[in-house]
Design a protein around this ligand. Sequence first.
Ligand code: ATP
Length: 337
Amino acid sequence: MNFRIIAKDLAIDLGTSSIEVYKKGEGVVICEPSLLVLDHQNKAIKAIGEPAKDMIGKTPDDIIVQKPIEKGVISDFNLTEAMLNYFFQKINPGFSVIQPRVVVCVPSGITDIEKRAVEDASLHAGSRDVIMVDESLAALFGIGLSPEDPRGVLALNLGAGTSEVCLVSLNGIVASKTMNLGGDYIDKEIVSFLRNNKKIEIGINTAENIKKEILSLKISDKEKSMNVEGRDLIDAKPKRIKLRSEELAEIILPFADKIVDMIYLVLEKTPPELSADIKNDGFIMTGGLSNIKGLKEFIEKKIDLKGHVSDNPELDAIKGAGIILEDPDRFFKYKSR
Ligand SMILES: Nc1ncnc2c1ncn2[C@@H]1O[C@H](COP(=O)(O)OP(=O)(O)OP(=O)(O)O)[C@@H](O)[C@H]1O
């Protein structure tokens, strides 16, 4: 059995769709789906993370797939603790005398009770101290913003369970607006669209692939298409259809409009001194859903500001949480206890 005095400290982005973990001094070491597979009868855990995702939609009746995080917050405390414990052990296997300190990203809109649940789950799973940071803020640090920067920054953090618009200045959130809709909502809308309009039943993983492949707000992509396989709702036989990007406009346009409405609500609350910064610098998009094709350009056109997205927006928050972990005193005001 492995034995050590001090376990390496960790930073965690405990997301609705994926959990990412950064190990102090090393970088991002885990990036896996936030999922568990349980035995239906005795609720014993059969798989966690990547292997659990592969079982979605193919599981026999005696097995169930569970998401411990829904809409950015813990929906099942015990499963969250089990998942965290599993990843903590994977990173620091065996026994440690001094447990790791952890930095955890949380959505800025969550309640004190929801924050407490994150803290308790992390402590029960085997950490000695928990520092919570706003996910949107961490994402900005991840792409290079400095906590000492007095400029106003308009940030959109678009994830699987939540979408957030924040105005950030000097290491703090000045104004924000959050909605509990993100990539998971779009996946479910794609499933319903195909059920109602094409009479085909598809699984949630297929819907996510459709979202990544052909969901687009670009006019030039409207003829883009892909073959989609599922079950015919009329005769129950396997069915294949060709789906065009243009057909999905009724899903993505209302969603993109909601984001624009949130941006205007935050801009209305922006102090005039910071408005000039936003006029000059535009907005920054972080979170995996920022990858939707044409979304940045759509928002740019609607609000007449320039947008910026990093190469891997789904990793911005964990990179930022890692930066905080390496030098927590610089971000001291975010310490939760
Ligand atoms: N290329 C892509 N096109 C469209 N959507 C994408 C793409 N890549 C990832 N996504 C979506 O981004 C979402 C995941 O983003 P992210 O990892 O930032 O969310 P999360 O941290 O798990 O969720 P939250 O922060 O809401 O709890 C998923 O819905 C995923 O399908």
